[in-house]
Design a protein around this ligand. Sequence first.
Ligand code: SF4
Ligand code: SF4
Length: 189
Amino acid sequence: MTRPARSQRPALERHVVWVQENVRTCQDCGLCCTEAHNAAEILPVEAERVAEHLRGLPPGERRGLVARLEATVKHYQLPKRGELVRYTCSFLQKDMTCALPLTVKPTVCLSFNPLTEDACDQESEWFHRVHDECEADNALRGFASERLPIPVAVLRALSSSEPLRTERPPRPSSPNSGKRRPPSRRFRP
Ligand code: SF4
Ligand code: SF4
């Protein structure tokens, strides 16, 4: 099966490193990952990337992260259909860094960066450029098109070998799903 060229995702990963070196280092304040601002939703193909990473971790580490995913879903009662729900991401560590490596993080996370000395925000152009590739890959692999909160999507990806294929129609559009618009989260860290 022919896959679309994936030139944009590595370019975004390089861009994140460039931002860190040339604009401002992420101060790991974690605000973009906590319930204060985070309502990130991802496609099944992105969840599968995270799930594949988790499957490769030592069993104890994997079990710990899965327990955190389950606790987050329960605590915030994710997903609430038809509305965006803010939640503190399960992958946010105690030191406020992300447990996922750059090569695994969802697009919505990679494209949220320090823009100036005192503000962070979504870089929409980067988001849409990479997300378009994700959508194409998602469709090619026969996954459902609905976007779900990160913990819900990753648990589904982990739960079976083909957990994400579904005939269900996408849920009603929300500012962060149907329109593929990343959440606006500009703020001072
Ligand atoms: S808000 Fe900005 S500084 Fe804080 S964790 Fe997010 S990207 Fe880093
Ligand atoms: S995956 Fe990482 S960067 Fe993205 S919201 Fe969760 S903790 Fe933050």
